[in-house]
Design a protein around this ligand. Structure first.
Ligand code: AP5
Ligand code: ZN
Length: 208
């Protein structure tokens, strides 16, 4: 099973990805998480740290390289879920090449759709547990008292709004690209987490 999750900041890609990956026993590959890890390790170049903290995208070749290396690891041999990659048509074309060189193809591209005001509220009140990677929300999914919480550097309201604008501009061509390929499933991302998961599961099963 090879899946892609597309959607604006705060749409619930990470939340849903964890549930879907545990159901199908595939790794979640998040370029955002990989870039934040590189930043924490001090291996992300300073200009890219700045770009991310302002909510801009990092260059295509940087994330394509990350994906190429990560998908070659043994745990990704039988499938994976890409969370937040691709975001541009050149990234999608590079992914197609990467997959077809191994005789593989994508099963489905899930686009999570959530109105802008909800996106802002979701991202600004998000907190992540540093030790477990679990994603919480101060209103919708309160963290337990012993959680070691982190507030993402790019989750300030102004930056979130900028990230949504960047998503709309940079990703506009991506959905028609996958629609033409017959791979796109638009999913309503509003409602209880479990209800959204059920919609995603139905879409994935229909594509198998
Ligand atoms: P990335 O980490 O991918 O961030 P993003 O796309 O902005 O998405 P988020 O992680 O903010 O949201 P999400 O959809 O995962 O939502 P979540 O499940 O956490 O990328 C970060 C940066 O890295 C980019 O800005 C860019 O600089 C760079 N980058 C990454 N990939 C790149 C690429 N391919 N090309 C170039 N640059 C790249 O949920 C959000 C909150 O909502 C949580 O608090 C959660 O608890 C809550 N929530 C979730 N679902 C529900 C629900 N149904 N009801 C109520 N609350 C909910
Ligand atoms: Zn995420």
């Amino acid at each position: 099973m090879r899946l892609v999750f597309v959607g604006p900041p705060g749409a619930g890609k990470g939340t849903q990805a964890k549930l879907i990956c545990s159901r199908w026993q595939i790794p979640q590959i998040s370029t955002g998480d990989m870039l934040r890890e590189a930043k924490a390790n001090g291996t992300l170049p300073k200009e890219l740290v700045e770009k991310m903290s302002k909510g801009g995208l990092v260059p295509d070749e940087v994330v394509i390289d990350l994906i190429r290396k990560r998908t070659e690891l043994p745990d990704a041999a039988n499938g994976f879920l890409l969370d937040g990659f691709p975001r541009t048509v050149p990234q999608a074309e590079a992914l197609n090449e990467l997959l077809s060189s191994k005789g593989h193809k994508l099963n489905v591209v899930v686009a999570l759709q959530v109105p802008k005001d909800l996106l802002v509220e979701r991202a600004v009140l998000r907190r992540t547990d540093k030790r477990t990677g679990q994603i919480y929300h101060l209103k919708y999914k309160p963290p337990p008292p012993d959680a070691d919480l982190e507030h993402r550097a790019d989750d300030q309201e102004e930056t979130v709004r900028n990230r949504i604008d960047v998503y709309e501009k940079m990703t506009a061509d991506l959905l028609p690209f996958y629609e033409k390929a017959g791979l796109l499933k638009r999913i309503d991302g509003v409602g209880e987490v479990e209800a959204v998961t059920q919609r995603v599961i139905s879409a994935v099963e229909a594509a198998q």
